[in-house]
Design a protein around this ligand. Structure first.
Ligand code: AKB
Length: 315
């Protein structure tokens, strides 16, 4: 029986995606791999493997051994850490993708999910309701790798018929697993800090509005896209996807409704520049039209889920 391989399974998205994939396919069908396995989070029945996506020989071995048909390639360096590790970011974000695309071209894999990001947009892209097709001049290492990756995904689909599907994720908010070095991470740190310390020092300015999505919506979008009929999909690179948009000031005032003494201060660092280069809001009408996408979590609902989830997990 064909199986599903998740590469980068210990990361923020990986941990929650594995849970959902195990529910859909059965845990014995899921192979979870990461270069740094987090053995505390193991799900019963799932096979956990240490795997470096840059090691193509081992990758092929795993794909053959477990009869993998579908791959979720989540291993990547995000925007903030990528700025400090340019070469590693390029190697991991691009070579990892090439390995998987080539294995699909050689017919070892049938279907791929590869996440792109709103980081493909840059200072010259329209800032508001940023369209699916527009100027893409990213100013970050991460954004450059995601933009190039999108072009390669479309190329492999058109030239070789590789079934690769992708979403341009906004900042993803969740509490079950820590985020991995992105610019939108402030919108997660703020909840942990509100509960533990009653205050938060934010690394981007109070009025910078960024697109965000709650993890449950992001996972649902991913699985909906992966299970939709390929011939009905009209975007072969990566779909814009949107949940909500807010500023640090807005999220802080939402937290204050539950924690009236919570305070926020601002000390922008290099991540402020990155945030300024990204859109404030996203037009995801292609996703809505092509596969009926719609988000379910607004800021109030996200805030209550985050505060409750973090409090319960720390109790
Ligand atoms: C980041 O901040 O780097 C990521 C992203 C928007 O892709 N969360």
């Amino acid at each position: 029986m064909a199986k599903v391989l998740v590469i980068g399974s210990s990361g923020q998205i990986g941990v929650e995606l594995i849970e959902q994939l195990a529910k859909i396919h059965g845990s014995s069908k899921i192979i979870a791999s990461d270069i740094n396995l987090n053995l505390n989070r193991n799900l019963q029945g799932v096979t956990y493997l240490k795997l470096d996506v840059l090691d193509k020989i081992k990758l092929l071995e795993v794909i053959k051994k477990y009869n993998i048909s579908e791959v979720y390639l989540l291993a990547a360096l995000l925007s903030a850490v990528a700025e400090r590790n340019i070469q590693l970011a390029w190697d991991l974000n691009m070579k990892g993708l090439f390995h998987i695309l080539d294995l699909a071209k050689e017919k070892y894999i049938k279907k791929i999910f590869w996440p792109s990001s709103i980081a493909v947009f840059g200072p010259t892209s329209p800032k508001l309701i940023t369209p699916q097709t527009t100027i893409l001049e990213p100013s970050t290492v991460y954004g450059i790798s995601k933009m190039s990756g999108e072009r390669w995904c479309e190329y492999y689909f058109l030239k070789y018929g590789v079934d690769v599907r992708s979403l341009r994720y906004p900042g993803i908010i969740s509490y079950k697993s820590p985020p991995g070095g992105g610019t939108t991470d402030y919108a997660i740190e703020i909840f942990h800090s509100a509960i533990k310390k009653g205050r938060y020092e934010c690394f981007i300015d109070k009025d910078i509005e960024l697109p965000m999505i709650y993890m449950d919506d992001a996972i649902r979008a991913t699985l909906e896209l992966m299970n939709y009929e390929r011939k009905k999909l009209t975007v072969n690179s990566s779909y814009n996807i949107s949940g909500i948009s807010f500023t640090p000031k807005e999220i802080a005032s939402c937290i204050k409704r539950t924690y009236p003494n919570f305070s926020i201060s601002y000390k922008p660092d290099f991540r402020n520049e990155i945030a300024l280069s990204w859109p404030s809001s996203i037009d995801d009408s292609y996703a809505r039209k092509d596969w009926n996408w719609s988000h379910q979590f607004n800021l109030e609902k996200i805030t209550s889920q985050m505060l409750e989830g973090i409090s319960n997990s720390e109790a």
